[in-house]
Design a protein. Sequence first.
Length: 240
Amino acid sequence: MPETPRYRRVLLKASGEALMGEQGFGIDVSVVDRIAADIAEARQMGVEVAVVIGGGNIFRGVAVASKGGDRVTGDHMGMLGTVINSLALRTSLVKIGVDAVVLSAIAMPELCESFSQRQATAYIDAGKVVIFAGGTGNPFFTTDSAAALRAAEIGADALFKGTQVDGVYSDDPKRNPSAKRYDHITHEQVLNDGLLVMDTTAIALARENNIPIIVYSIHEKGGFGAILRGEGRCTVVSDA
Ligand code: UDP
């Protein structure tokens, strides 16, 4: 008998920067293919998967604002970046036989369907991987917040935050070798200590909706599936 996965329905948040691999900009298709393979493994285990992708590899609204430009337009550009990344992930998933659909918070019917909670839930129930593009659809938000929001909307059991490191640390482990690593930590502690897990809006939303956040290294091949089997290395942010 196959093992029962730890979670039944999960939302995976991957930053745009994770997609660029060793490049300084844009998309490294081999990285996107690897993330797609990890998602395929989760689907084979019977886990329902939805995804939110960032756009930091393409554009960030604050970059415009910091040069005296209009923040709202900059954020619109950032959200368009997330659509590009989402289309790339869908392509990689479809290539390996995983049924996937992109739902965008900003209507662009020639490219993909528009987001609605009802449609998203229907697709996930039907076994499709749903990729949420366009963040929340609003400026001044981030895709971390979009991930927490969508996780709540689809009733996800957990929000997986794929990062550059294998969990939550008290300080940046790449700069401070004595930084403490946590196996478990509460949402409250993350907020109080200002730990850089996700932005505060995302943490608060996850806490209010009792959604655990699983922080793990997105660069570890098979890491996603291993955690779903209860084996992988991660930090669990939860109040229980
Ligand atoms: N963005 C936005 N509203 C959202 C999500 C994203 O305006 O709900 C914009 C914002 O400019 C942000 C950019 O899209 O800088 C890329 O998203 P994010 O920085 O969250 O990407 P990541 O850091 O995960 O790659």
